[in-house]
Design a protein around this ligand. Structure first.
Ligand code: G6P
Length: 476
């Protein structure tokens, strides 16, 4: 059935997995994007187009059968092994990802990766064009699909098209390195509304469009020669705050949190980091800072433990493999040097966990440490706040996470400054109950007000208001 709302994202909200007995099953996909959009889909009865993970045999594997999972209408796009290598691991995650994250790692430029990016974007656009009802709204997501808006507009000028970038949009100085910069900008300009996490990203985009494509702009508007206008604005993403709060109040979760604390040897304070194992997340520097505090005796392994959960991610991409080895070595060395029997300095878990276990970890943790070098938003920081129903617990947060714009009462740190991080970790460790409550209360107010429903609402309302392409008059 043609859909009035179509979500297009690289991934479906579920990943196809083969069970040990050979049958097919599904599990939730990793990452913040899926976490954020799922509630929006449910509320709007939408259809979701995306990749179910893993390779498809057929070279034209665009055509897998649509299916329903957990009440969601899902339309899978198959990617071949070659497309996974060139489009997903290559152009998306080894070219765009590092450039858009401040060159934390060195990006690679390969023409065959770009060719595959174009081809796969065409596949998504064609699928969206075929499932969208007349005049439908199509919401395209994230850096893997930046060409889809323009491609889709060519196929279906009747559609209202929104695009949202979940990761940072870089300053012109970095973006300009991309040999395909103009094509990417033009791809995005196919949308009626282009959304970013922060106003800075939107401003970078508008400036680049003016400089590189030569269109007229005024504030957040771009005027195209055909009379169409495109709006670029910030919509900071959020979480299902009420859902997390309810989870944190659940008896089973509360019991599990107590069990976790006990299993860790009932330390006075539990520090916690939860990240995809990604070089943008600053895991290495954070663990070093913590280890130095133990070395100097400012913290003691009898009193404190650092639980670091690293969710496996993009394991075929070289930079991610290197990072995993580095973290393995570092954790081994820290625990070998500083741990005692039954008292590791760092309790390291390379695994992903369901929401209930995450909520139990957030509930158990006294100090949540989120220190990326660059992050679009970082939903983990917001999830922690939502779970602190007792208005306690400390958040140490990088200035370079989008979340820092809203969570001003966190202990804000520069993740490149190890001494600064050490000082913040100690302050958070030593803070008294009154101080913690003052800060947490304010952050909880923010999160409750700006939850994921408010985010989606703001974007959809704005998209509905943008003067629509086919009827647009020239505004110049
Ligand atoms: C981030 C990106 C998402 C991506 C997720 C997981 O949240 O913004 O687009 O899906 O990471 O990464 P993966 O490569 O496993 O999809």
């Amino acid at each position: 059935m043609p859909a009035d709302l179509v979500i297009v994202a690289n991934r479906l909200p579920v990943d196809r997995v083969t069970q040990p007995d050979g049958t097919q099953g599904w599990r939730p996909s990793p990452g913040g994007l899926v976490t954020a959009i799922e509630p929006v889909m449910r509320a709007n009865d939408g259809t979701w187009i995306g990749w179910p993970g893993g390779p498809s045999e057929d070279a034209d594997a665009g055509d897998l059968d649509p299916f329903e999972a957990d009440g969601l209408q899902l339309v899978p796009i198959g990617l071949t092994a070659e497309e996974i290598e060139l489009f997903y691991e290559g152009f998306s995650n080894a070219t765009i990802w590092p450039i858009y994250h401040d060159l934390v790692a060195k990006p690679e430029f390969h023409r065959e990766w770009w060719d595959s990016y174009v081809k796969v974007n065409e596949k998504y656009a064609a699928k969206a064009a075929s499932v969208a009802a007349e005049g439908a709204t199509v919401w395209v997501h994230d850096y893997q699909l930046q060409l889809v808006p323009q491609m889709l507009r060519e196929l279906r000028p009747d559609l209202r098209i929104g695009f949202y970038l979940h990761i940072p949009f870089p300053p012109a100085e970095l973006f300009q390195q991309l040999p395909w910069r103009r094509q990417l900008l033009e791809g995005l300009l196919g949308a009626d509304l282009v959304g970013f996490q922060l106003p800075g990203g939107a401003a970078n985009f508008v400036r680049l469009v003016r400089q590189r494509v030569g269109h007229k702009t005024h504030r957040d508007l771009v005027y195209l020669p055909d009379g169409r206008t495109v709006r670029a604005a910030a919509f900071p993403i959020s979480i299902d705050a009420a859902g997390f709060e309810a989870l944190a109040s659940d008896e089973a979760v509360v019991a599990r949190a107590a069990e976790i604390r006990e299993a860790l040897g009932s330390p006075r304070r539990i520090f916690l980091g939860i990240d995809r194992l990604d070089y943008t997340k600053g895991i290495y520097a954070r663990l070093r800072a913590y280890a130095e505090l133990i070395e100097t005796g400012e913290l003691d392994v009898e009193d404190a433990v650092f639980v670091q959960v690293a969710v496996p991610s993009r394991e075929q991409v070289e930079q991610y493999r290197i990072l995993r080895d580095e973290i393995d070595r570092l954790v081994g060395r820290i625990n070998g040097d500083l741990g005692r029997i039954g008292r590791p300095a760092i309790s390291y878990l390379h695994s992903s966990y369901p929401r209930e276990e995450m909520a139990a970890l957030y509930t158990a943790a006294d100090v949540m440490v989120v220190t990326p070098y660059r992050d679009g938003m970082n939903l983990v920081a917001k999830e922690y706040v939502a779970c602190r129903t007792g208005d306690d617990g400390a958040l140490v947060l990088s200035e370079f996470a989008g979340a820092a714009d809203e969570l001003r009462q966190a202990w804000l740190v520069n993740p490149y400054d190890i001494n600064g991080m050490k000082a913040a970790l100690l302050e958070a460790y030593r803070a008294d109950g009154k101080e913690l409550t003052r800060r947490m209360k304010a952050m909880r107010r923010t999160i409750k007000k700006h939850d994921v429903a408010a985010w989606a609402d703001a974007f959809m309302t704005e998209l509905a208001d943008v003067e629509h392409s086919t009827h647009a008059k020239s505004v110049r």
